[in-house]
Write a protein of this length. Structure first.
Length: 172
């Protein structure tokens, strides 16, 4: 599970989230030339979870979120910019943790574990064919040369992994 940020504004009301989602869809399809949203899921600062890429949230839908590792992963993107001053809310972090626990739990994967993936492309961090040992809940920068998901969201990932592990055990 790769965690991202949209790098857009943090100054939005949660009532604005559906319009932000629509704008991201238009950007991904019209500007990037993709056939859908790149991320499997989105979360807003109020903890609302949105389905991203179509195909069913419980299915293994291939995203376009972490070049080189799209085949064996899912992507969650938090609305906002967490590199330039934004701080993820408690509600957003908990929603990411709960979502990761649920999605990884479909395959019996522990959100506090590590996984070895093979890079399907040169990512700027890994060369094609190279084995990458990653946390099962990682930041985009762990697999691809980028600042995403921003320094404050990235620094929150250990706590998100812990919360996901607790959520996973609570739902058993």
């Amino acid at each position: 599970m790769f965690v991202h940020h949209t790098a857009g504004t943090n100054d939005y009301s949660c009532a604005d989230s559906p319009a932000i989602m629509r704008a991201i869809l238009v950007y991904h399809v019209r500007t990037e030339g993709w056939n859908d949203l790149g991320y499997n899921f989105f979360v807003d600062k109020c903890g609302t979870v949105f389905e991203g890429r179509a195909g069913g949230v419980g299915q293994r839908v291939r995203g376009a979120h972490t070049y080189g590792f799209n085949g064996d992963s899912a992507g969650i993107s938090l609305l906002g910019d967490y590199e330039n001053g934004g701080t993820p809310t408690a509600a957003a972090k908990q929603a990411i943790a709960d979502l990761a626990a649920w999605k990884l739990g479909l395959d019996g994967v522990d959100p506090q574990a590590e996984v070895t993936l093979t890079a399907a492309g040169d990512t700027g961090v890994y060369k094609t064919g190279q084995k990458a040992v990653l946390n099962t809940v990682s930041g985009h920068r762990d697999g691809y040369a980028t600042l995403c998901p921003g320094k404050t969201l990235y620094s929150a990932l250990p706590g998100i992994r812990t919360a996901a592990g607790q959520s996973r055990h609570a739902t058993r």
